[in-house]
Design a protein around this ligand. Structure first.
Ligand SMILES: C[S@@+](CC[C@H](N)C(=O)[O-])C[C@H]1O[C@@H](n2cnc3c(N)ncnc32)[C@H](O)[C@@H]1O
Length: 233
């Protein structure tokens, strides 16, 4: 699985957002997809667990690029929790086309999809409860694949220096072995002495040992269980 389009985000995230008001009964319930109010608290837990692992010693002096960051909510969280300089990179064109929009656009589309009119009270209730004000992210989200020197320079320029960490955020589990291998080699081109590459995975498609073997990097499983499992490079 490569970069996500809208269909992949919609397939993977279903929030039954009318729960606070009960089952609507006479029509399908409104479901939302990759919406900040729902996803951001989970990403906060994900990063808190990751930072509790000894392998991640990020300080204010660090420059970090979070790869596969979607709208960059994890970038904002990491910046807040560590004080480091953090940017994200995400190859999904869908994310770049929508990241500066308000999430009210998605809420209205989801309401209309089940037959609600935008003037219905429920639409406003859902916006007030689930929507956020303004654009959905304040993070810097680049679209850099790191394959070329120019792409890596763009990341370094944005960070004010070569990244001290490249971290994947639940990205490599869904990639094929060949894709993981190619990504790992590109990330290593920042220079192993300058940049530590770490993979955070929230899915168990492969063991952390296998991911470590494939990438040569430290891999940390940050699952829903409260303990993390690490394989170091
Ligand atoms: C499972 S989602 C995780 C999104 C976000 N990090 C989170 O945890 O909510 C995987 C993300 O990685 C991105 N991705 C997957 N393969 C990629 C690749 N080869 N290059 C760049 N991004 C990729 C997808 O576009 C998607 O945004």
């Amino acid at each position: 699985m490569g970069a996500y389009g809208k269909a992949e985000f919609d397939d993977n995230y279903h929030v039954y957002c009318e729960r606070p008001w009960g089952n609507p009964g006479d029509r399908d319930p409104v479901t939302l997809g990759y919406i900040r109010k729902y996803v951001e608290p989970q990403l906060r837990t994900f990063w808190e667990l990751a930072l509790a692992d000894d392998a991640l010693n990020i300080t204010r002096e660090d420059r970090v690029c979070v790869y596969g960051c979607a709208y960059g909510w994890g970038v904002e969280i990491l910046q807040e929790l560590t004080g480091a300089t953090v940017v994200g990179s995400e190859m999904s064109q869908y994310i770049h086309d929508t990241k500066d929009l308000s999430d009210h656009v998605d809420i209205e589309a989801a309401c209309e999809a089940v037959g609600l009119k935008l003037t219905d009270k429920r639409v406003q209730e859902i916006k007030d409860y689930w929507g956020t004000v303004g654009p959905r992210t304040t993070a810097t989200v680049l679209q850099e694949d790191m394959q070329t020197g120019r792409s890596r320079n763009n990341v370094s320029d944005e960070l004010g220096g070569t990244p001290t960490y490249v971290i994947t955020e639940d990205m490599i589990s869904e990639m094929t072995d060949d894709e993981v291998d190619a990504f790992a080699k590109d990330a290593d081109k920042f220079g192993k002495k300058n940049t530590e590459v770490i993979h955070l995975t929230g899915q168990k498609s492969r063991s952390t040992e296998r991911l470590n073997e494939l990438t040569g990097h430290t891999c940390i499983y940050v699952g829903s269980e409260s303990t993390t499992k690490t394989e170091r490079s």
